[in-house]
Design a protein around this ligand. Structure first.
Ligand SMILES: [Zn+2]
Length: 170
């Protein structure tokens, strides 16, 4: 075992492990996931159909989280244990059954899909973990961007190309 890799969350070992876990979680939910094109009308002016066509959501009672000792050792324990209504892994997000009707939640998670797409899988994972370590969940810039945009949508804000906004503001 390489101790340098164990110590650093950015080590290839941990990063690869998280990537593999995400791949498996998404693959194992492929048969039950739903296409976000279902929100074409609701999110018109914000997300393109081309974008929604390649994003998916899963309604579940158990939001999957990567509970690795390496992540807890890196200070991510609170995040792993946090009760959340939704979480995004690459092109697929998971929403708690009781919150599945919340358009605002879907809008929020789709901002993360756009962020994953722009940063790439290892890029998003690395940056998100660094932000949680540095700012906690509530202060993480990737979260602040998503909450700010879902708030804009919820308030009936004017049309805004979210994919483009994310590209320009990451
Ligand atoms: Zn979020």
């Amino acid at each position: 075992m390489d101790h340098a890799c164990k110590a650093s969350i950015n080590g290839e070992h941990v990063l690869g492990k998280i990537e593999e876990w995400i791949h498996q979680v998404n693959a194992s939910h492929e048969s039950v996931r739903q296409s976000c094109s279902a929100f074409q009308r609701e999110f018109e002016g914000f997300y393109s159909l081309a974008f929604l066509d390649t994003a998916f959501f899963v309604v579940t009672d158990n939001i999957p989280k990567p509970d690795f000792p390496e992540l807890r050792a890196a200070g991510l324990g609170d995040f792993i244990d946090m009760d959340v209504d939704g979480i995004t892994y690459n092109n697929t997000y998971y929403v708690r059954r009781g919150s599945a009707q919340s358009l605002r939640l879907h809008f929020h998670e789709l901002v993360h899909v756009a962020q994953w797409r722009e940063l790439g899988v290892p890029g998003f994972i690395t940056r998100y973990i660094q932000e949680i370590q540095q700012f906690q969940y509530n202060g993480a810039p990737l979260e602040i961007m998503a909450y700010s945009l879902d708030g804009h949508y919820q308030a009936g804000g004017q049309s805004l190309n979210i994919e483009q906004f994310v590209q320009r503001n990451l």
